[in-house]
Design a protein. Structure first.
Length: 74
C-alpha cells in the first residue's frame, strides 16, 4: 500500500482494544539487483518519539476513522 509522508494512520493494538495513532515520517526506497522495494518508517505518539518500520507492526492499519469505526462496531 502507498502512503504519504505526514499521513496519520490508526493502528489497532492486538493485545487490547486501544487505537494508536501513528504518523508516516519517512519513505524509503531500496534499489537492488532484485528490483526496487518501498517501505515506510512510522512514529508513535510516545514521549520518546519511537520510530519503527511499518512492516514490523503487529496490528491492523486504517487510513480513515470511518473504516476503523465500522470494523470496531462489527
Amino acid at each position: 500500500m502507498n502512503y504519504k509522508v505526514g499521513q496519520v494512520l490508526y493502528m489497532t493494538n492486538p493485545k487490547s482494544l486501544k487505537i494508536i495513532p501513528i504518523q508516516i515520517v519517512e519513505e524509503v526506497t531500496r534499489t537492488t539487483l532484485n528490483g526496487s522495494e518501498k517501505t515506510y518508517m512510522i512514529q508513535f505518539p510516545d514521549s520518546k518519539k519511537t520510530r519503527a518500520d511499518i512492516a514490523s507492526l503487529k496490528g491492523d492499519l486504517f487510513a480513515d476513522t470511518k473504516e476503523l469505526r465500522d470494523i470496531m462496531v462489527s
